[in-house]
Design a binder for this molecule. Structure first.
Ligand code: AMP
Length: 216
């Protein structure tokens, strides 16, 4: 199953993705995570991407497109993929569509998670992540058992550098301007499902399963 999951920062893409890959044997490919790993390892791509990411700006399309194509050709994508955070611009969407067709992995489902600004603000500022295993927590909605410590691996939790109200505004503006048109672009192809992601995890995942059930 070939899936794109879309939505503004804090819409729950990471959380829904974790639930989806438990049900389907496909990898969760987050371009944000891939880029952060490149920054951590100080690769050439990481060095190029870092300044954009710190400013909450999008990394240039050509860097991202090449990174994603390489990833989709890896062995674990044989049964499909769950792409999270990509495509984020119309240029990326068109390049992706062409590339996905070319490698025989056309997108089958686009999940569009929708949440209002105030809800996003609460979620973003309370979000804590484990830099080691990638687990995601929230100080109020989903706290770890010991404050500041990951339940899964015991590592110290961190707040992402771009998880601030200021960066949220920048990212929301970019989302409105660049990403919403992508959903409109895929809409006539009949693959988009709009998900009310302001609800709790279970209610949101129920809608996701319904959407994917149509494809499976
Ligand atoms: P995320 O974790 O998805 O919020 O991504 C964090 C940051 O990585 C973004 O603010 C961008 O700077 C960069 N990024 C992730 N995915 C993309 C993409 N598809 N295109 C451009 N930049 C991206």
């Amino acid at each position: 199953m070939n899936i794109l999951i879309m939505g503004p920062a804090g819409a729950g893409k990471g959380t829904m993705s974790d639930l989806i890959i438990k049900s389907y044997d496909i990898p969760h490919i987050s371009t944000g995570d891939m880029l952060r790993e490149n920054v951590r390892n100080n690769t050439e791509l990481g060095q190029q991407a870092r300044a954009y990411m710190d400013a909450g700006k999008l990394v240039p399309d050509e860097l991202i497109n090449a990174m994603v194509e390489k990833r989709l050709l890896e062995q674990d994508c044989q049964k499909g993929y769950l792409l999270d955070g990509f495509p984020r611009t119309l240029v990326q969407a068109k390049a992706f569509e062409e590339m996905a067709e070319r490698i025989g992995k056309p997108v089958e489902s686009v999940l569009a998670l929708e949440v209002g600004f105030e809800t996003l603000k609460d979620r973003i500022t309370g979000r804590r992540v484990c830099p080691k295993c990638g687990a995601i927590y929230h100080v109020v909605n989903h706290p770890s058992q010991t404050e500041g410590i990951c339940d899964s691996c015991g590592n110290e939790l961190q707040q992402r550098r771009d998880d601030t109200v200021e960066q949220l505004k920048v990212r929301m503006d970019e989302y409105e301007a660049k990403t919403k048109p992508i959903i409109d672009y895929f809409e006539p192809k009949g693959v988009v499902t709009h998900i009310d992601a302001s609800q709790n995890q279970d209610a949101t995942f129920t809608q996701v399963k319904e959407a994917l059930g149509k494809v499976a």
